[in-house]
Design a protein around this ligand. Structure first.
Ligand code: SF4
Ligand code: SF4
Length: 368
C-alpha cells in the first residue's frame, strides 16, 4: 500500500546523485510514477520562481532538485520542460531563469524553459468562477509540482497548494490579490486554482527552507534538510504545516481544501519517514488582522489605514515594480520609485518583485 506522503531528511546539500536516488525511492513509496508518465509524454515541472535570486536565498525551488527530477523523467522516456509565472515576468522572464539556476540546468540536460507570459492562456471555470491558466500547464501530459517550503506574509506558509498560483500568467495574479483583500478569501482562490491545474505529483523542497518574513528577501533561509513527495498536495501541506508547528487546520489553504473534500484528514494520512523530520523553532507569521474583520470592514480598514509600500534609498529606479504594478501606481521620479497612495491597492507585488530589496512595507500584515 503506497504512502500518502513520503518524507526524507538529513540532506546537508543539493548533490544531484543523492537527490536522484532519494527521489526515485520516494516516488516508488508514494505509489510509483503517475500512469501518464510513459515514453514520449511531455512533462511540465511547475517550479516556484518567485524572484530572480540565486538558489541560496531559498526563495525558489532549488535547480538541483529540478535537475534530479528531469534526469529521472528522461530515463522514463519523457520530454521535460520547466515553467512558472513570477509577477515580474511581464518585464521578461529570462533573468529569472538565469539567476535562479534553471537556465544552466536546462542547457545541460536539454530541458525546455517555457514562458507562460508568451504562451497564452485558457479560460477555465470552477462552479461560477473563471480563471486564466497558462497554456503550457493545461497542455502538459504530466504536470509535476516542484514547490518550495517557505513562510508567506499573507498566507502564512507557501507550499504545494499555494504554488499553483503561478499557473496564472501575467498581471492576473495581482488582480486576484486585489479581488480578495482578506487572506481568508485569497485562500479560496488559491484552492480553486490548485483544483483546476490538477497536478499529477508533488515534490517539496524543504532542504533549504525559509521562515520568518517570507516569501522573498525578508525571509530567513534555514537548512532543514527535508524533501517531500506525495500524489496529493493537500496531504503534503497538511503534514508539513504540522511539522512546522502549526495546527494544519489553522492554515487557510489547508482548511479550505479540507472543507471541500480535498486531501485527507490529518489523522488519516499515512506517512513514511516523518519520525526523522524536525522543523525546529519554525517562525510562521501570524494571521493577518484583516481576517478578523467582516469583508466590508476589511475594505474600509484597508482604505483608511492604507500606507502604500515605499521605495528606500536602495532603489535604483529600474522600473520593475512599475511594470509589475497592476494599477499603474508606481512612477519613477528622479531615478526612484514613487507609489501613488490613491491608486495603490496594497497587493504588495512591488515588494515581491523588487530585485534590490528596496521596497518597504509600512503596515503590519499579521499580528506578529
Ligand atoms: S523599488 Fe525596486 S523594483 Fe522598484 S524601481 Fe526601485 S529598485 Fe526597481
Ligand atoms: S504600488 Fe501598490 S498596487 Fe502597485 S504593486 Fe505596489 S502595492 Fe501593489
Amino acid at each position: 500500500m503506497p504512502f500518502d506522503v513520503v518524507l526524507r531528511s538529513g540532506f546537508k546539500n543539493y548533490v544531484r546523485s543523492a537527490l536522484i536516488d532519494s527521489l526515485g525511492e520516494m516516488i516508488e513509496l508514494a505509489g510509483g510514477w503517475p500512469q501518464s508518465v510513459v515514453p514520449g509524454a511531455r512533462v511540465l515541472l511547475k517550479v516556484n520562481m518567485l524572484s530572480a535570486k540565486s538558489p541560496e536565498r531559498a526563495i525558489t525551488t532549488h535547480p538541483e532538485v529540478v535537475a534530479a527530477m528531469a534526469v529521472l523523467l528522461k530515463a522514463e522516456g519523457c520530454s521535460v520542460s520547466v515553467g512558472d509565472s513570477p509577477g515580474g515576468a511581464v518585464k521578461g522572464v529570462e533573468r529569472y531563469w538565469k539567476n535562479c539556476g534553471f537556465e544552466a540546468v536546462a542547457d545541460e540536460l536539454g530541458i525546455e524553459l517555457v514562458n507562460f507570459e508568451k504562451a497564452g492562456s485558457f479560460e477555465v471555470s470552477l462552479d461560477d468562477r473563471t480563471y486564466n491558466i497558462a497554456k503550457p500547464v493545461i497542455d502538459a501530459d504530466v504536470l509535476i509540482n516542484m514547490c518550495k517550503f517557505k513562510t508567506h506574509g499573507l498566507c502564512r506558509l507557501t507550499n504545494a497548494v499555494k504554488n499553483a498560483f503561478g499557473a496564472v500568467p501575467g498581471l492576473g495574479k495581482a488582480i486576484h490579490h486585489c479581488n480578495a483583500i482578506k487572506p481568508a478569501d485569497f485562500a479560496k482562490i488559491i484552492v480553486d486554482i490548485y483544483t483546476l491545474v490538477s497536478f499529477d505529483l508533488h515534490v517539496m523542497d524543504a532542504i533549504l527552507a525559509m521562515d520568518g518574513k517570507g516569501p522573498s528577501t525578508d525571509g530567513t533561509p534555514r537548512w532543514d534538510g527535508i524533501l517531500g513527495v506525495a500524489r496529493d498536495g493537500v496531504c503534503l501541506d497538511v503534514v508539513m504545516t504540522g511539522l512546522a508547528g502549526l495546527d494544519p487546520r489553522k492554515l487557510r489553504t489547508n482548511r479550505v481544501a479540507l472543507e471541500r473534500g480535498l486531501g485527507l484528514d490529518p489523522e488519516e494520512i499515512v506517512i513514511s519517514g516523518i519520525e526523522d523530520c524536525v522543523l525546529e523553532d519554525f517562525r510562521i507569521p501570524g494571521e493577518s488582522f484583516y481576517n478578523l474583520l467582516p469583508s466590508f470592514l476589511g475594505v474600509i480598514a484597508r482604505y483608511f489605514f492604507k500606507k502604500p509600500p515605499e521605495a528606500t534609498d536602495k532603489c535604483t529606479g529600474c522600473g520593475i515594480c512599475a511594470g509589475g504594478c497592476p494599477v499603474d501606481a508606481v512612477t519613477i521620479i528622479n531615478g526612484k520609485a514613487v507609489m501613488n497612495r490613491k491608486k495603490c491597492i496594497m497587493c504588495l507585488c512591488c515588494h515581491e518583485l523588487c530585485p534590490e530589496h528596496a521596497v518597504k512595507i509600512r503596515i503590519p500584515l499579521s499580528r506578529n
